[in-house]
Design a protein around this ligand. Structure first.
Ligand code: NAP
Length: 324
C-alpha cells in the first residue's frame, strides 16, 4: 500500500509517498481501506516539531527525539471495512466507518488497522467520507473542551480562532448547546462563521476583544495569542478559559487556576462516542462539515503547505482516489 512517510522533522517537503506492507488485522482488529483523511494542525505540528514554548523536550520524548517515532502521520480516516480479525463482532466488511489510532497516527496511508473497541464509528447513510472525516478533529476537540468547561445553555462564549477546523465545529456545537456565540476571525471569514450560527463576529485585525469592555462566561483560545493572563478581565465571575493552545507557562497556570481548562485536565469521554455524537448531529443537519480544500493523496505535501498557512478554513481533506 502507499503511505505518506515523514522520516524527519521539517517543512512539508519532508513528507514522501512510499510503498509499505499492507497491515493485517490481528484478533479484535478491523482493517479499514481509506477513502479520505485529513492533514490537520496536529499532523503539521508533529511534522515540523512546531510546539508551543517550553514543550519541545516533552514533545521530542513523546513523539521521537530526532525524527517521528511513527513516520506515518494522520489522526483520522474515513473508509470502508475491508477485513476483520478473529472475534470481531461489531463490524463487517463493507461497513462505512471513521477511525483513528490517536497518537499512534498512521492514517496517512491507504489502509489502517484499528481495535474494534477503539476509536471507530459507523458513518450514517447520506454522509460522504469527506464530510465525515472533516468533522472529527475539530469536533472531538470542541466536545471535550465544552464538556470540561461545562458550557451551558444561556451562557456567552467567545471563540478565538473561529474559522479553522476547531473553531468552525466549536461555533456550531456551542450554538447547539444553547450558548450565545461571539466568533473571532479575520474579516474574510466573517460571513462563514455567521452562517454557522455565530451571533457576533469580531475581526481581530480591527478590534481587540480583550479591550472592548465585554465579558463572557467562557473564552476558548484556538490560536494561542489569547492566554489567560490577557483574557482574564474579559471573563465573567465564575467564567472559564478553554486553553486549546498554550505553552508550558500557561499550562502551569492551568494547574493553579481552576478557571483555566487545558487538555491535560482529564476527559473520560471515548473518541468513538464523540465520533458517534458528531456523525449523528451531521446526519440531522445540525452540524455542517467545513472543508477548506480536497487534495488527492499524491499531493499530500500541498495539503501540509495549506495547513502551515495558519489560515485554512475548516479541514483540509485528502482523498485516496484511483489515480493515487
Ligand atoms: N489541545 C488540544 O487538544 C488540541 C486539539 C486540537 C487542536 N489543537 C490546536 O488548536 C489550534 C487550532 O487548530 P485548528 O486545526 O483549528 O487550526 P486552523 O484550522 O489552522 O485554524 C486557525 C484559526 O486561527 C485563526 N487566526 C489566525 N490568526 C489569528 C489571530 N491573530 N487572532 C485570532 N485568530 C487567528 C484563523 O482565522 P483566519 O484564517 O480568519 O485568520 C483560524 O480560524 C492549533 O494550534 C492546534 O494545534 C489543540
Amino acid at each position: 500500500m502507499k503511505a505518506a512517510v515523514c522520516e524527519r522533522y521539517g517543512p512539508p517537503e519532508v513528507v514522501q509517498i512510499r510503498e509499505m506492507p499492507k497491515p493485517v488485522p490481528a484478533d479484535g482488529e478491523v482493517l479499514v481501506k481509506g477513502f479520505a483523511t485529513t492533514v490537520n494542525s496536529g499532523d503539521a505540528r508533529v511534522r515540523a516539531l512546531r510546539v508551543p514554548r517550553g514543550l519541545k523536550l516533552a514533545m521530542r520524548l513523546k513523539l521521537g527525539f530526532n525524527q517521528p517515532k511513527q513516520p506515518v502521520l494522520g489522526f483520522e480516516m474515513a473508509g470502508q471495512v475491508e477485513a476483520v480479525g478473529n472475534s470481531v463482532t461489531r463490524f463487517q466488511p463493507g461497513d462505512r466507518v471513521v477511525a483513528s489510532r490517536g497518537f499512534d497516527f498512521g492514517c496517512h496511508a491507504e489502509y489502517v488497522t484499528v481495535a474494534e473497541q477503539g476509536d471507530i464509528a459507523t458513518i450514517p447513510e447520506g454522509l460522504s467520507y469527506e464530510d465525515a472525516v472533516a468533522l472529527c478533529f475539530g469536533g472531538t476537540t470542541s466536545l471535550i473542551f465544552f464538556r470540561l468547561g461545562k458550557l451551558a445553555a444561556g451562557e456567552t462564549v467567545l471563540i478565538n480562532g473561529a474559522s479553522g477546523a476547531v473553531g468552525t465545529m466549536a461555533v456550531q456545537l456551542a450554538k447547539h448547546l444553547g450558548a450565545e456565540v461571539t466568533a473571532v476571525c479575520s474579516a474574510a471569514n466573517a460571513e462563514l462563521v455567521s452562517g454557522l450560527g455565530a451571533d457576533h463576529v469580531i475581526d481581530y485585525t480591527a478590534e481587540d476583544f480583550t479591550r472592548n469592555g465585554r465579558r463572557y462566561d467562557v473564552i476558548m483560545d484556538n490560536h494561542g495569542n489569547a492566554p489567560y493572563s490577557r483574557v482574564k478581565d474579559s471573563l465573567e465571575p465564575g467564567g472559564r478559559f478553554l486553553m486549546v493552545v498554550g505553552d508550558l507557562w500557561q499550562m502551569l497556570t492551568a494547574v493553579r487556576q481552576k478557571a483555566v481548562i487545558s487538555a491535560g485536565k482529564t476527559d473520560a469521554s471515548k473518541t468513538a462516542d464523540n465520533y458517534r455524537t458528531l456523525l449523528a448531529l451531521a446526519e440531522q443537519g445540525v452540524l455542517k462539515p467545513v472543508i477548506d480544500s480536497v487534495v488527492p493523496f499524491a499531493q499530500i505535501v500541498d495539503a501540509h503547505r495549506r495547513v502551515d498557512s495558519g489560515h485554512k478554513v475548516g479541514s483540509v481533506v485528502v482523498t485516496f482516489g484511483q489515480d493515487d
